[in-house]
Design a binder for this molecule. Sequence first.
Ligand code: SAH
Length: 393
Amino acid sequence: MSVLVRSGLGPLCAVGRAAIPSIWRGKYFSSGNEPAENPVTPMLRHLIYKIKSTGPITVAEYMKEVLTNPAKGYYVCRDMLGEKGDFITSPEISQIFGELLGIWFISEWMATGKSTAFQLVELGPGRGTLVGDILRVFTQLGSVLKNCDISVHLVEVSQKLSEIQALTLTEEKVPLERNAGSPVYMKGVTKSGIPVSWYRDLHDVPKGYSFYLAHEFFDVLPVHKFQKTPQGWREVFVDIDPQVSDKLRFVLAPSATPAEAFIQGFCGHKLHDVLIAPGTADLTADVDFSYLRRMAQGKVASLGPIKQHTFLKNMGIDVRLKVLLDKSNEPSVRQQLLQGYDMLMNPKKMGERFNFFALLPHQRLQGGRHRRNARQSKPFASLVAGFSELAWQ
Ligand code: SAH
């Protein structure tokens, strides 16, 4: 099992991508798209009703409701990604991003002994663009993977986005099986013949040799917020503003709350505008990678975080860009490829803002039985692609 968190080779096709807007997720705490006034959205009405019934709610509960409430959540009922959406993510910017991740999975599959089967599990696949690009590389390198049974497992709470993912991956070549009441709520076959299944909960994904991918996923999971007071750390809650009807405000818990047991330093986010028009804008929190590492409790090894700029450089982004540029005579495609590269790599844009982090079995870093080059003098960790230069074995 390997987990790649972020948050080529093969046929030389340039895949159409949207023109690049300047807003990407993670740049701001919120999407940058919030209305200035505070319209009474159905979500705001729901939250006010909830708080009136049971009292102020934690920021984690607020995020959960606003983002993934089954009826009104921001992610559940809209397509917020892409050129016309609220924000854009790396796979939507350039095909090269997903292609290099496709190479990463193949490189890891080879380095860990070329298992006869594996599951590719993606958490929060958005529009399915990333997994689509990865699968295109798998098809292109079909001769390498020919004896391996691959299946795709997507964990997605949004009905709307799961439909878009299905369209991206299957192009409706084979009808989908749907069963809203089952943990596997949708099943299909990708256009390249790989079985794909959808789940709402990671626990429902079958056990098996798996690669997990979480791209801009952990930063949408609910977080608790705390503030230091003379009495010690106090949890921040969301309450109804007594001065203004239909408005929410932050309040401090008067005494310790259960979540305080989990405090590890808190860095102050700009939270002032996230209570406006809930349900209409994204909420994200910076991912604490050291917390992810501690959660693993030494059961697995970790690599990173390293900057997106360095990871993609190590994966050979420059070579891939050159190949695509050399193959394309269309000025608009060339311009789009160059702009996409700049957005992903420029330290002032996404290059230094985003990080890659991997959790891997210990033996992967120690060499163990899969170690191929006994005379290799560098630590084995340096052979994990992306965290060091890609070296095909
Ligand atoms: N990985 C994509 C999309 C990131 S947006 C990309 O990079 O383009 C976050 C994604 O996570 C969306 O698909 C959203 O619907 C999904 N999501 C949010 N909370 C979730 C949860 N608790 N469980 C499963 N999916 C979730």
